[in-house]
Design a protein around this ligand. Structure first.
Ligand SMILES: Nc1ncnc2c1ncn2[C@@H]1O[C@H](COP(=O)(O)OP(=O)(O)OP(=O)(O)O)[C@@H](O)[C@H]1O
Length: 463
């Protein structure tokens, strides 16, 4: 039987009967009421998904008032029936939240079409609510693990700023959780039903970055074969998270400033400005003020971005969070890898505690992921962790471990080991300068940036 419960409210017995029969025949659970008072009594006993209300009802509660009460007491979709000439009241009912109206007399097909549409709309709303609650679970405040004073301060800031629209600048080393915090701000505030859009400003060339952010119209440049919406428009009503904001070229900085000041921008090749309401959360692992002093970053933009500043502490300054994070990541990767690892041996945990974690939480997460994949016992032993935390001398040990793994998996992990070593070496050789390092090893700077991030390798001295 269909679980959709429908209430039909009409004082005309003929309509009540016809609708009751037509709807029960199609498997719905149907109740009827001959007046507003009877309908209110039904609301107390049942929770309806759909309510069909005739606008003209006897007694002290008319159709409009019943609609109001139905909205307050039941989270139902409402369809209005009105006699010919009652259009004004029907329009008022729509204004007050009715789904649609039909004029009497109507055919069964006509009312069924409306009911099917209402059911479809309810399904979409339910799915949407479910997805939002899942997103909140995945990105809400609770996903930020840590009991240290430093992390508690960050949590406190998140609660305080989530409901405002002020621009936030999140600073801190790579892998400290800047994006996680940006998501938590979005999903805990009143923009959570709109989009959270992410752009990594360091991985795009100036031209691509501009077109990504502001969009373009057809013919704006060779290859622009159709209009394309930019991310500012995409995030309208929601939040745009601009990661690595320090890498934005100066001409694009001016355009971002305009969005912050006027709430408007012009897509590439267009002449008309578009208005948007977007909250910007920016993040950087660079010393932005130093860039301002070196004239590489606009001072006015810096102050516009830095309305609220959240500093992410490096993991080595809040080591008391390490045990909780380890537990969290073991649970996460147990689920993913379908394993039942219980924890680490005490000496293994001590090794992780002693390590200085230059790649911060991301590096710890990667370490636990690799350890969980490589371990088949309930407790992760020391020899699995050692090569991970002592990358320099441990990679050969890790390669030996891989010999017992399936070929494809082993090849991927071996490539990871090689990439990590190669990238660390080239970055060190170039004193942390990514552009020079990329030039020397003949790869795109953006590609090198992606590898740095993937393998949690720090490129330069950070704030
Ligand atoms: N406190 C935390 N609790 C749980 N997971 C965390 C925490 N901090 C970071 N992580 C995890 O570590 C990884 C890196 O975090 P995130 O991408 O937010 O860092 P980031 O500072 O934005 O890095 P980058 O500067 O390189 O972009 C993510 O998988 C994130 O879920």
């Amino acid at each position: 039987m269909n679980r959709t419960k429908i209430l039909v409210v009409d004082d005309e017995e003929g309509y009540r009967k016809v609708l009751y029969n037509a709807l029960t025949e199609r498997g719905f659970q149907v109740k009827t009421a001959a007046s507003g008072e009877e309908a209110l009594a039904e609301f107390k006993k049942n929770s309806f998904s759909l309510i069909v209300i005739d606008m003209k009802l006897p007694g002290s509660i008319d159709g409009l008032e019943l609609l109001q009460r139905a909205k307050e007491m039941n989270n139902a979709s409402i369809l209005i029936m009105t006699a010919y000439g009652g259009i004004d009241t029907a329009v008022e009912a729509m204004r007050r939240g009715a789904f649609n109206y039909i004029t009497k007399p109507f055919s069964i097909d006509e009312i069924m079409l409306n009911i099917e549409r209402m059911i479809e709309q309810n399904k979409i709303i339910e799915e949407n609510n479910y997805l939002h609650s899942e997103l909140e679970k995945a990105f809400g405040r609770k996903t930020i693990i840590g009991n240290s004073k430093e992390i508690q301060k960050v949590m406190d800031m998140i609660s305080r700023v989530a409901f405002s629209s002020a621009t936030v600048l999140i600073t801190g080393e790579s892998g400290t959780g800047k994006e996680l915090v940006a998501r938590a701000i979005h999903f805990n505030g009143n923009r959570k039903h709109k989009k959270f859009v992410v752009i990594n400003c360091a991985t795009l060339s100036e031209h691509l970055l501009e077109s990504e952010l502001f969009g373009h119209v057809r013919g704006a440049f060779t290859g622009a074969i159709k209009d394309k919406k930019g991310l500012f428009e995409e995030a309208d009503g929601g939040t745009l998270f601009m990661d690595e904001i320090g890498d934005i070229p100066t001409p694009v900085q001016a355009k971002i400033l305009r969005v912050l000041q006027e709430g408007e921008f012009i897509p590439l090749g267009d002449t008309v400005a578009r208005n948007v309401d977007v909250r910007i959360i920016a993040a950087t692992n660079q010393h932005l003020l130093k860039k301002v002093r070196d004239k590489e970053f606009r001072e006015d933009l810096y102050y516009r971005l830095n309305v609220i500043n959240i500093k992410m502490p490096p993991l080595r300054e809040r080591k008391e969070d390490i045990p909780l994070l380890i537990k969290h990541f073991i649970e996460k990767y147990n689920k993913k890898e379908n394993k039942q690892i219980k924890g680490l041996s005490p000496e293994t945990e001590m090794e992780l505690y002693k390590y200085h974690w230059p790649g911060n939480v991301r590096e710890l997460e990667n370490a636990i992921e690799r350890a969980v994949t490589l371990t088949n016992e309930p407790i992760i032993p020391l020899h699995v962790i050692l090569p991970i935390v002592r990358k320099e001398d441990g990679n050969n040990m890790l390669l030996d471990d891989l010999l017992s793994h399936p070929y494809k998996e082993a090849r991927k992990k071996a490539l990871d080991v090689f990439n990590t070593k190669y990238v660390m070496n080239i970055i060190n050789k170039n004193s942390g300068n990514v552009t020079n390092a990329a030039r020397e090893c003949k790869i795109e700077r953006q590609y090198l940036q992606r590898m740095l991030k993937k393998y949690a390798i720090k490129s330069r001295q950070i704030i």
